[in-house]
Structure formats: C-alpha cells, structure tokens
Design a protein around this ligand. Sequence first.
Ligand SMILES: *Cc1c(COP(=O)(O)O)cnc(C)c1O
Length: 480
Amino acid sequence: MVQAQNPQHAVALPAVDRVLRLPAVQALVAQYGHTTVVHVVRALLSDMRQEILDGAELPAEATCEPALARGIRQRLDTTMQPSLRRVFNLTGTVLHTNLGRAPLPDEAVAAVQAAMVQPCNLEYDLDRGGRGDRDVHVEALLCKLTGAEAAIVVNNNAAAVLLTLNTLALRKEVIVSRSELIEIGGSFRMPEIMARAGCRLHEVGTTNCTHLADFEKAINGRTSMLFKVHASNFAIVGFTAGVSEEELGVLAHSHGLAFGVDLGSGTLVDLGLHDLPHEPTPQDSLNSGADLVTFSGDKLLGGPQCGIIVGRTELVARIKRNHLRRALRVDKMTVAALEAVLRLYRQPETLVQRLPVLRLLTRPLDDIDRLCKRVAPAVARAVASAAEVGIVPCDSQIGSGALPLERLPSQALALTPLKRGRGEGAALKRLAEAFRALPVPVIGAVSEGALRFDLRCLENEREFVEQLGQLRLGGGGVET
Ligand SMILES: *Cc1c(COP(=O)(O)O)cnc(C)c1O
C-alpha cells in the first residue's frame, strides 16, 4: 500500500450528498437523472481522493462550487456522448467505407422515420390482406431501372455474392479469371467467399492475361457457372488481356451454365452524362448476357447499406428460396431508404441535386474554391498559434472501389504546423487530434507535411465554422 501523504486533504473533500444538493448539480439531476449524476459525482470525488493520496494538494475545484459543478457537467457530457456520431468527412474520399459510405437524401430519411415509428406493410399484401414479400417494395423499381426481370435485396454486396454462389453452385465449380480474385477492404476476399458459399473455385488464366480458351478448357461436368468480378479497387495495366462479358455470356449459355457478374459499385446512371468517368452499370452487364448481377446499395448508387441481385426470374426465384436468405435479409429501414432512393432515379432531371453522392461528385470546382476562400480565414484564426493555412489544389477520389484511378479536381485547406524539423510530425498529429476532438469531429488527411481538408464534401459550412471556437490545440502551439 502507498502511504497516504495528505490524508487530512482527503477528509476535506465534500460528501456526495452535499455535492448533490448544490443548485447547479440539482439542475444536472433534472437533465440527466439521479442515478447517472450520482455515479459521476462518486467517480469524480474518488479520482480526487486518489490524487490526494498520491501526494497532490486538495484540488481547488473541490471547494469551489461552480468549478465543481463544471467538472461534473464535463464528465457527464463525455459519459453521455453517443458512440456513433456524425463527423465531417473532409478526407477527399467521397464514399468512405470507414465513415459510413453514402450520405442519404432527405427523402430516404423521411421514409425511414415513417417506417420506424409505426407498423408498416413490410411483408403484408394490402390488396389480398395476407402475408407478402419484403422485396416487392423495391423489386419493380429495380427492374425498371436496370432492365432486369427480377431482383432481391440482402444485407450487403458480400451477402449478395455469397447467396448467389451458394444457391447456384453449392458443391460445384465456379470458373473465375486469376486477375479477378480480389480483396475488398480486408474482409471480403473472393476465394474465401467462394469457400464459405460451399463452392469450388476453379481459377483460370494468369494475373495479367486470361483468354476465352482458358474458360472453355476449364468447363467440365462439375461446372455450374462462369463468374466475372469487377476489379473495383485496382487496375492491371500494361500487357493485359481479359474476356468480355459478351464472350463469357455466349460461352456459358452454349454449355447450359449460368453467367454471374459481381459489379461492386453499381451505379444506375451513365456517369458520363454528368461529366464523370464512366463506370459500368448493371444494365450494361445484363445487356451483355449476364444472368445475375450483384452490386452494393451504399456505393455509387447512393443508398443504404445493402446488396442487390438483379437478373433472370428463374434464377432469382431459386435465390429467394435459399434458407440462407433469412439470415442475410434487410430490415424495414433499409427497404424504406432504398425505395426512396430508387424513386429519385425515376426523376433524372432532379437526381443530381437530390442524391447527395451525385451532388458531391459533380460539385463544381469554383463552388469548392469559393467555399475554401470563405472558411479559410476562420480556420486560420482558430489554429493561429499552431499552424498556417493555405488553399491548395487536390484530387478527390470516389472511394469504395469505384474508379480507383480516376481523380476529381478539388480544392483543400492545407494546415501546415509552424513547428518545422524535429517535432513537426508530432505537431501535425496534435493538430489532427484537436479537429477530431471537436463536437462534430473533423476528419482530414495528412499529406506532404500538412493536414488537408478537401472541402468537396463540406455542405454544412455554418456548423463547421461555428464549432471552430471550441478547438483546443493543447500545449503544442506556442513553442518556438
Ligand atoms: C465493394 C465490393 C464488394 C463488397 O460489397 P459490400 O457491399 O461492401 O459488402 C464485393 N465485390 C466488389 C467487386 C466490390 O467492389
């Protein structure tokens, strides 16, 4: 045991009851409830007692009532803070998987809210007055938008691939090019998904070149499907050869096999129309002869997390009958959000303005530039003791595996620490930490010795600027 050095100070700490009777603390009880406040007061006093026993003087706030109440409020704010919080995504990656991918449009938020607070006809047929199917709310829309015969929605695209393979290729072979055995974000690896789906992966070709003859030679009595995976997050350049969807479709069908495509980021519109680089669409794959196409709901589509399977009626019907579907199905909030987002696609005239993903991706450069010029002075004032602020050109990326090589010209605030040489890295780290500690954390990217905020995705300018007053740069700022 450590010998108590100032036990008399520990005795001088106020009792929990007395603290609770303070008017300022009573106000906190009204706001947060008795149990929580008692808990926090006990923890605060216990920490003070420990500090005293460790040799510290009686802390000033122990005897100053307003300071004591402030300390309790600060602890309550931290304790009561939700774990899942809004942030400003100024990383330059529009669809950032770690930051929740696509922001949803107001229409989706309203639909989700309505479905949450009241019962809804999720699986109830209002015409016949009996059990229905949760896919009906989005299936017709998906068919209209993609030209598919049928559709089904599951938890995410990984689930869509798993369910497709498990339904069509259980204990059979699936032929895939070696150049497409991809990994997405660590936890989605094509060979592992194949194994989990219960099918045997039959690899053909080489890393850079795969020919139609490779597929042809590999087909045998155990083959169930040919599968093409969109190279989402990388590109193979140089001496390469691949097999087109048309060729694979013809080959599969001439052998009575199914042809599936995992598209990953499935946009439903021709991005070229909006001056963005072209990304293949599910309708392209279906037109080329794919029987089934899988893609994510929260990538370029701009909706909630889900995985969408579109394709031939008979195959989709088999997928719907798979018992695994029950474990992978979406909830009513996802159905509500997805339906609302798909409806926006039915009004192409207003889509770019109403769908946040498209709005952000097509945001004009001079709009971003003006925004930078407006907010730079406020950021410069907030960090004046620690960094200087400049406006620099940068490139935003789409993210989530869509068009990995394409860059969208954008503009960023570059915060460069005043401290140069030794300690510069630590100063940069402190700067980034301070912005992450704001009430709505601001997430940037460190590059070339600066903390950069790409403002492409900053839409709530006022909230961003207003909270800058709360930036705490710690001890890092004023060293010389
Ligand atoms: C993103 C992606 C996946 C995984 O999709 P999730 O919706 O994240 O599960 C699978 N395949 C491809 C080609 C992808 O791009």
